[in-house]
Design a protein around this ligand. Structure first.
Ligand code: TEU
Length: 559
């Protein structure tokens, strides 16, 4: 019988379809392009493919603004090509997880087009409309992408709520008809063969209906109001309902993107006996090197805090939930540029990060391009960016007096487009991604960093990932062990010990470009210890070792 918890020992590969592979030369990646690369994906050893959205959309937020949930956007292909892709994934023994964007639709979705016309429209209550207050917005809540969360709607004289862009009005999940529509859409795709859902921004689907004003952010009229719209108890009720009607009923793997969640609520969302979801995609780790909620105010990584945060979630969910392990995605800068060294120690640090993140408990999510060590961009002008978040932030910060140079620098460091540049397949023009003009400029380092050059090199980042993915399956301690930190206060290394039954694992990573003298934990100085994975050759297990720059390894032992 199929193990219902198969996803605990699985590895997921995340595709950003617009930037993966362009099969028809229009400069945009497409579904047929994914089909052409399935042997490559399979060669990594992954079990699941998750693709970001490809539904009909005006692409104000690159497809996270859906105008028709049941149709493929022509830029990505046809329903037949979607079916071919999913059949190809299944034929190779992998599963397919679909991105479901349920918090909001596009403003070009027919529901919203009808809803905004009149208060009497049967669709009006599909969205969140409110009267203004004293001639202004109903509240001073900020949108995630900058500015107000409210937008004035001329035909009805009201405002509508959009957590994200103006073109992404939030659905009103308090209207049971909306939930019924969602269930129908999910079933539509279950019938066509999806194996699971990644639920986009799903922890925002209940907003406190009185919309209290909040403390404004420095230099702004608006304030971040997540305490009033994120992770409210109604969200649990919706998860249980969807589980009963779809997820549990059809054996779907479910992963929810949930920011700003506390441990108690997280356990409720994914506790093994809760009948809500399988696992959570959490953000506390990736929010550490920024000021508060402001991603465009970076600060240096505080490694002890990073480790403490990782530990809290590892221990807090051990036996009580499950998490996705990821170091970046399509909304984040590239991990090797952010936490490693994308210059001298590029190769060592890219491997180090993989070993460090993916030997913890959880399901690894490998984002396209990380397996070859893709880096942040070095664009020379703000115009090269394509993301609505960059545009809005640029407007706001320019108006507040920031210079173009400062803004360009912070965007090259932190913008989401860093994760959205085309996949670097080979060293031919445009990295082999397209025969046309790419929708977003290819990273200029593609001649050095690409799949083709790493395929046959046993020492490449690509082959390190393959080894890591395969080895994760060989030791139960990786999927099931607990975790404790080794030298939690050290600000240069990240070491942890994990145990499960008679197995133990020690993972150690040097997060610096310096050599560090290090005392190994005594219990691993045993002849039963072996090296599972290492990013430098010639590791000798001894009481005191000298860690080389960005050196990282995993030791295992069975008693
Ligand atoms: O992201 C939701 C989310 O809360 C963040 O990851 C957010 O995009 C980021 O903090 C902004 O910098 C999801 C999708 O992953 C993202 O691509 C979409 O733009 C967003 O939802 C809206 O659908």
């Amino acid at each position: 019988m199929q193990d219902p918890d198969w996803w605990r020992s699985a590895t997921v590969y995340q595709i950003y379809p617009r930037s993966f592979f362009d099969s028809d030369g229009d400069g945009e990646g497409d579904l047929a392009g994914i089909s052409q690369k399935l042997d490559y994906i399979k060669s990594l050893g992954v079990d699941v493919v998750w693709s970001c959205p490809y539904f009909v959309s005006p692409k104000a937020d690159n497809g996270y603004d859906v105008a028709d949930y049941r149709a493929i956007d022509p830029a990505f292909g046809t329903m037949e090509q979607w079916q071919e892709m999913v059949d190809g994934i299944h034929a190779r023994g992998m599963r397919f997880v679909m991105d479901f964007v349920g918090n909001h639709t596009s403003d070009e979705h027919p529901w919203f087009e009808a809803a905004r016309q009149s208060k009497d429209s049967p669709y009006h209550d599909y969205y969140i409309f409110r009267e203004g207050k004293n001639g202004a917005e109903p509240s001073n809540w900020a949108s995630v992408f900058g500015g107000s969360i409210w937008e004035y709607n001329q035909p009805t004289g009201e405002y509508y709520l959009h957590t994200f862009a103006v073109k992404q009005p939030d659905l009103n999940w308090e209207n049971p008809k909306v939930v019924d529509e969602v269930v129908d859409i999910l079933k539509f795709w279950v019938d066509r063969g999806v194996d699971g859902f990644r639920l986009d921004a799903i922890n925002y689907l209940y907003k406190e209906p009185d919309f209290p004003d909040v403390e404004p952010m420095p230099g702004s009229k608006y304030g971040f109001a997540n305490q009033h719209y994120a992770n409210k108890p109604r969200v649990n009720e919706h998860f249980r309902d969807l589980n009963e009607r779809v997820f549990g009923k059809y054996g779907m793997m479910t992963v929810a993107e949930v920011a700003y969640v506390d441990m108690e609520t997280a356990r409720q969302y994914c506790g093994p006996d809760r009948r809500e979801l399988n696992m959570l995609y959490l953000f506390d780790l990736l929010n550490i090197d920024q000021e508060g909620f402001d991603k465009f105010s970076p600060k240096p990584l505080d490694l002890p805090l990073f480790k403490k945060t990782a530990l809290e979630w590892q221990q807090g969910l051990h036996g009580q939930g499950w998490q996705a392990l990821f170091m970046d995605n399509h909304d984040q800068p590239r991990a090797v540029s952010r936490f490693g060294d994308d210059g001298v120690y590029w190769k060592e640090s890219a491997k180090m990060l993989a070993n460090c993140f993916y030997m913890m408990q959880g399901t690894p999510y490998i984002f396209q391009g990380d397996e070859i060590g893709m880096t942040n961009v070095h664009y020379d002008s703000v115009e090269k960016f394509r993301d609505v978040e960059v545009f809005n932030t640029y407007e706001e910060r320019k108006a507040a007096g920031e210079s173009d140079e400062a803004l360009l620098k912070v965007f090259c460091d932190r913008a989401r487009d860093n994760g959205r540049t085309p996949m670097q397949w080979d060293d031919s023009e445009n990295a082999g991604f397209t025969a046309g003009t790419p929708w977003i400029e290819v990273n200029d380092n593609y001649r050095q960093i690409n799949v083709a050059s790493q395929e046959g090199d046993p020492d490449s980042i690509l082959n390190f990932y393959r080894e890591l993915i395969a080895k994760r399956k060989q030791w139960d301690v990786i999927a099931y062990g607990d975790m404790e930190l080794y030298h939690p206060d050290c600000d240069k290394t990240f070491g942890y010990i994990r145990r499960f039954e008679n197995q133990a694992l020690f993972c150690l990573s040097n997060f610096t470009g310096e050599e560090i003298e290090f005392h190994l934990p005594e219990e691993f100085l045993s002849d039963r210890t072996s090296v599972l994975l290492q990013n430098y050759p010639g590791l000798v297990i001894a009481p005191v070792i000298t860690l080389r720059p960005y050196e990282s390894f995993t030791l295992v032992k069975e008693d």
